[in-house]
Write a protein that binds this ligand. Sequence first.
Ligand SMILES: Nc1ncnc2c1ncn2[C@@H]1O[C@H](COP(=O)(O)OP(=O)(O)OP(=O)(O)O)[C@@H](O)[C@H]1O
Ligand SMILES: [Mg+2]
Length: 326
Amino acid sequence: MECAVEAENLVKIYPGNVKAVDNVSFCIKRGEIYSLLGPNGAGKTTTVKMLSTLLKPTSGDARVLGHSIVKEPNKVRRIIGIVPQELTSDDEMTGWNNVYIQAKLYGYTRSEAEKRTREALEFMDLLDVANRKVSTYSGGMRRRLEIAMSLVHQPEILYMDEPTLGLDVQSRRHLWNLITQLKKEGITILLTTHYMEEAESLSDRVAIIDHGRIIAEGTPAELTSKLGGERIHLIMKSNNEAEQLANRLSGLGFNVKVFNETLVVTVSNAAKAIPELAPYLSNVVEVRITRPNLEEVFLELTGRRLRDEEPIDSFRYRVMTRRLRR
Ligand SMILES: Nc1ncnc2c1ncn2[C@@H]1O[C@H](COP(=O)(O)OP(=O)(O)OP(=O)(O)O)[C@@H](O)[C@H]1O
Ligand SMILES: [Mg+2]
């Protein structure tokens, strides 16, 4: 197996003894989209910064197309593109100039730099707004510009640190399509995200990272298939109530787990199980039904959620619970 990026026992300890990355190893195969999925503070940015040579590892090393990030940082910089988590474009300049300056920084002649600027902007669907000041761009356009800036030197490997952070669903989908196009061009992509839908829909393989460690790795299907079944989340007023109901339901033979005030019942078919559960739901505040997804994998492994998010169907199920209570 050929790794485009191979991290070997990477460790980063910040001053104050903060172990941000704790012995992380992985292999990103050529041409794949590999995602680091984890909550705030998991160590994603620190990992990307080490792989980009912007931050020296406390110990461990990584090879980028065979070059050590510790011993050959200059070679590594030439072959990677970086889209950092924080926006770097100058919003007083036009989109064109932001990208053009990057191209000049890489040492291209004027005509070459112009050609590459045009190509990068065209690829990211920004050519028609290229002469506008960045301050007039939408959030999605701004994020796309950051990617265009990272593409001018035609990197073989692209790191994107939370590229869709804070974008609405439509802009996020647009970016997902463009990221898929980049993969088709043969670029190897390392993506970090704490959006489970993003990791699930884009990645060939996902590493789930928490407290600086990789706690699971595989294709999205591999990771979720281990869970099986459908999940009925019963949200109670308190952990105490959740525990009480869990005891009753497990006494009836249900497979139940409690996470704070939420009770998760795993069943093979939620629609069939709900009528059986109905007599016990009088104190339930809300019911959610989910199929196994990466969020569930994270919950199963850590007992915590990746982030608090209103599921699309929550209104429907709230109405349903109200009906059940009558
Ligand atoms: N310069 C620093 N000095 C000290 N601690 C730091 C520094 N940068 C990050 N940390 C800590 O290291 C840990 C990992 O941070 P990091 O930014 O890598 O996480 P992340 O997964 O990218 O999080 P987010 O989703 O919020 O971007 C956190 O506990 C953070 O507080
Ligand atoms: Mg980060």
